[in-house]
Write a protein that binds this ligand. Structure first.
Ligand SMILES: [Zn+2]
Length: 124
């Protein structure tokens, strides 16, 4: 399933970031997911809850921020937010538009436990 491979590469990235920041336990991960990214947020959550404890040793909270689909008009430069998949400009009606957001899946940040950070400091 698409969401599982996505979560696997996300978890690899998360564990690398956690290691680079002192190696504390990861408490939460915040992710931006475009509405047009081709990902089911519900399936993403299921995959994440299943794979995160194996990859990181603990259950981790996944916070998903949905990013609306936005297109920019090639004729009048207006930016329109799409609520359906009807890619015409809302300002002039042109269909010559290109997608500027809503296709991305981006790791924004993550939370590490304070107790582990402190342990890190004492062990130096
Ligand atoms: Zn336009």
């Amino acid at each position: 399933m698409h969401e599982y491979s996505l979560v696997q590469s996300l978890l690899k990235q998360v564990s690398e970031i956690a290691a680079a920041n002192g190696g504390g336990d990861v408490e939460w991960v915040r992710l931006e997911v475009g509405q047009f990214a081709g990902v089911e947020i519900e399936l993403l959550q299921i995959a994440f809850q299943e794979l995160a404890p194996k990859a990181l040793g603990l259950p981790v909270e996944l916070l998903v921020i949905p990013i609306p689909l936005q297109v920019k008009c090639k004729d009048c430069d207006a930016i329109s937010e799409m609520n359906d998949f009807h890619f015409s400009c809302k300002a002039c009606g042109s269909e010559r538009t290109w997608i500027i957001s809503g296709e991305e899946i981006r790791l924004i940040d993550l939370g590490l436990t304070e107790s582990n950070r402190r342990t890190q400091e004492y062990s130096k």
